[in-house]
Design a protein around this ligand. Sequence first.
Ligand SMILES: Nc1nc2c(ncn2[C@@H]2O[C@H](COP(=O)(O)OP(=O)(O)OP(=O)(O)O)[C@@H](O)[C@H]2O)c(=O)[nH]1
Ligand SMILES: [Mg+2]
Length: 445
Amino acid sequence: MAQDTIFALASAAGRAAVAAVRISGPGSGEALRALGGRLPAARRASLRRLRDAAGDIDEALVLWFPGPGSYTGEDSAEFHIHGGRAVIERLQGSLLALGLRPADPGEFTRRAFENGKLDLAQAEGVADLIDAETKGQADQALAQLGGALSRRHEVWRERLIESLALLEAGVDFPDEEVPGDVADAAKESLRGLLGQLDEAIADQARGQRVRDGYRIAVIGAPNAGKSSLFNALIAREAAIVTATPGTTRDVIEAPFDLAGYKVILADTAGVRETGEAIEAEGVRRAQAWARNADLRLWVVDRAGSAGDWRFAADLAQAGDLCLLNKADLPAGTDEAACRFSAEKAGVTAHLVSTRGAGLADLLAAITERVVTALAAREFPATTRMRHAESLRVARDRLAAALEAPQVELAAEDVRLAARALGRITGRIDAEEILGAVFGKFCIGK
Ligand SMILES: Nc1nc2c(ncn2[C@@H]2O[C@H](COP(=O)(O)OP(=O)(O)OP(=O)(O)O)[C@@H](O)[C@H]2O)c(=O)[nH]1
Ligand SMILES: [Mg+2]
């Protein structure tokens, strides 16, 4: 089937010094010649005056990438033109007139996948690298793009297939002497692999956290100073602060960069018993966000003596931080009671004031937790739900294979486990997942 030749603005829309327009497909060379004269040397930048029947378009740098040695694997080209709206539209109009069509989101990378230039996990790495806002996200995406994640799954898949061959030797020649130790060797290898898959599953949340952000909830009783702390940490007045308890109702999320990692900080409604419907909904949302967070900052008004700290006490988990706030005021009886209870629950107490005292130490403590949770020498095996699901299926099939009463059943389970791993790189069932993977790309990539 003859492919269309596609085009797209590969750089961001809007006024800029330079804009890059890419084209790919069998008509690329012809289009380049039509607009810029003879084909430039492959992969060398050449200065050309672009023109069509209506006249000059721009003076531009053009690049010619003959297939299959190009990003997409097809003949393709780039025009680096002046980045004004009119010039971009003029060039795109000419390309349309030459019979090229605008690319769908991710279509260049999809073609690269279809031409065997990248596997699916690598293609996802491309999308993640484009979306990366922090160093941690970029490092992880680059490793994935380079094939780190794919190689790991391929090695596992190959081991499954080797074991399958050993098991099938027992199935295909039941009457012959297949030494018992062949099947044993297969099982031994599968058992080792099961251990590795278990480790990868245990580590799976890390990759998703690096990609999507580490979640920190600011929780506590009304008026404890949660919104004040939230504003201090993100260094802007995003949340309303008043002396009236019950000010914050919605969850307010703010992403920020901590030590190169994406962190999402959330201010939440003060937790207390309330008969008021709006506030009750706010409390429900606060509790839900807090439970799913990776870390909770439990803010307590240490100057109080009414025992309000108890309202949010059961949301805090071991490893969280308790912030005894309003260090500039004299301590009430709540401080000692809360500190005692927190430390018993494995929650470290810090004395702070949202007006400044102790905030630098607090930030260091938070940073330490984020880095400990996300950093590791090795990149994690999975970075998306899609990978995690396949990994879990593979693990369950493998466990079933080891338990199977008959070698035929074991072989079938091993086959299914290999299939599940093959979905991660798109070696298996690619058609089903292509839309989901490439639909989220930006146009021009
Ligand atoms: N003295 C003193 N007052 C503080 C400090 N931090 C916050 N406050 C005051 O405490 C009051 C409540 O602050 P908020 O940040 O709105 O408290 P909150 O926990 O978000 O309250 P709700 O949204 O109602 O749950 C305000 O009057 C703040 O100015 C502090 O470190 N010292
Ligand atoms: Mg508030």
